[in-house]
Write a protein that binds this ligand. Structure first.
Ligand SMILES: [Fe+2]
Ligand SMILES: [Fe+2]
Length: 203
């Protein structure tokens, strides 16, 4: 199948548009988080934004390579979200978008690419889907903690670490102000990978 005639070509362009926009929204949200003194959430959003821009670059490069420079302009029709409510809601809203990318959109792009004979591109869509599944988990976990006011409260004694000065202490609730450097609570690092793993074990 000729790439320039393929659905995969427009799917790559749709993916590119979606990834650029997700990258932009995460950067906007990262700033909102800093206004709320939530440094950890802000840093996490910056990392997610970087991931999305990397996905955008992969899709962009694939379009250029596969089209042999013959594609100057690709028209796409797709819906894109334009909601930017408060951070506590947008974290959860974004987590749903990530989930649909992970479970529906990219797997279906991968199937189409495979059917059209672009197996390497199919693999790329599958890889990206896997990353979006982790983004979904992170945003869902942090979004729920933030929305319910439990970012720094745990049922069991937990190790809290300040991202500014490295101070560590163990308690059920993280300090309001770091005892060593006085930075606000939002500077405490949440080891969400470990907590998500333990959640799986608990269940
Ligand atoms: Fe992405
Ligand atoms: Fe993502």
């Amino acid at each position: 199948m000729d790439f320039n005639e393929s659905i995969t070509k427009s799917n790559l362009a749709r993916g590119f548009a979606a990834e650029c926009q997700a990258g932009a929204r995460y950067q906007f949200m990262s700033k909102m988080a800093m206004q709320d003194q939530q440094k950890f959430i802000s840093d996490t959003l910056k990392t997610l934004a970087k991931n999305e821009m990397a996905h955008a670059k992969v899709f962009y490069d694939l379009i250029l390579q596969q089209s042999g420079g013959n594609v100057k302009n690709i028209s796409i029709e797709a819906g894109f979200p334009f909601e930017m409510p408060e951070l506590k809601n947008s974290l959860l809203a974004e987590s749903m978008i990530e989930e649909s990318e992970a479970n529906n959109i990219y797997p279906s792009f991968a199937r189409i690419a495979k059917d059209e004979g672009f197996s390497e591109i199919a693999k790329t869509f599958d890889f990206v889907a896997k990353v979006e599944a982790t983004h979904h988990q992170i945003l869902n976990y942090l979004g729920n903690l933030y929305k319910t006011g439990k970012m720094y409260k745990r049922a069991k004694p937990t190790e809290w670490k300040c991202s500014n000065c490295g101070h560590v202490s163990i308690s059920k609730e993280g300090w309001k102000e770091c005892p060593l450097c006085q930075m606000p609570q939002g500077f405490i690092i949440i080891d969400f990978e470990k907590e998500l793993r333990e959640q799986h074990i608990d269940n």
